[in-house]
Write a protein that binds this ligand. Sequence first.
Ligand code: AHM
Ligand code: MG
Length: 340
Amino acid sequence: MNPSGTGITITNHILEQQYASAGATGAFTHLLNEIVMAAKIINSETTKAGLVDILGSTGRRNVQGETVKKLDEFAHGLMVDRLYRSGHVAMLASEEDADPIDPPRDTKVGEYIVMFDPLDGSSNIDANVSIGTIFSILKRVSTGPECTMADFLQPGFKQVAAGYVLYGSSTMLVYSTGNGVSGFTLDPSVGEFLLSHPNITVPQRGKIVSANMGYWDYWDDNLKNYLRYLRAKTDTKPVYSLRYIGSMVADIHRTLLYGGIFLYPNDTKDPKKPWGKLRLLYECNPMGYLIEQAGGLADTGKGRVLEVEPTELHQRVPFIAGSREDVEEAIAFISGQRCE
Ligand code: AHM
Ligand code: MG
């Protein structure tokens, strides 16, 4: 039933972390458990998506100008409801909403800020390709009666937890509270996430590169030199395999397990996309946190992702993450220190 045979449920695991942390009140545990519950419900909807009239576009566009799929809306609404229901959230923000989301009236609020992408990779839904939910948890920093933008615009190293749910060939929840990375697989027969991947560690070097090569013409020469280097066999390195799913959660999950490098660089030719596509606060920061917690690196090409000072809620950054040696090598090329 449980691939590792340990039989540890995610609820046990979260509770164990709570007991190990002096002064923990259980608020954080309750919050994470609401995310687990939301993950189970979103999973159930995604797996029956082909059976009911939930697939397909609503025809509306989100704040990023992208077509919103019905499942995105469902996942967004569910995350908002469940997280506020925990009573421990100060305020929420989602990829699907231009502004932070106010708590419903008369809701008990708490001290945590949660930012999330409710259904990442949603353009893949209709093709039955893996999609995911990403979340980032911070502590509120403002002290007044209402939250301010400063609560959301905190650098990624301030995260107290981050994780993702991958709706794939099996459903997994991977999270970290700053003590390494743990992965749980949903056993559909009992409806529980069971510890299947304790202490995930990204290999120091991989042999997979993951990037949308269709954008080749929009990338700068230093980056192209790096990618040419990866596809050449030398005495010291193999030819790197290309794997790109186009769902960040799935691409990062594979990178965590197998190693290698994931890149979503900036576009040098489109003035509307000078920072690439991926959003700092609810995509790159949580994934960067997990990659670092697993022993890898996450960089913008100009520095550590987790140290970027955010300026806007939906800010985008270039994202280069994966095995430590691969990312270091990529940065050497991107900065022009190496060209072959
Ligand atoms: P989304 O949050 O609107 O789904 O967009 C993010 C997704 C990532 O999952 C993925 O890495 C990227 O967009 C793929 O973009 P592209 O099609 O430009 O390669
Ligand atoms: Mg999305």
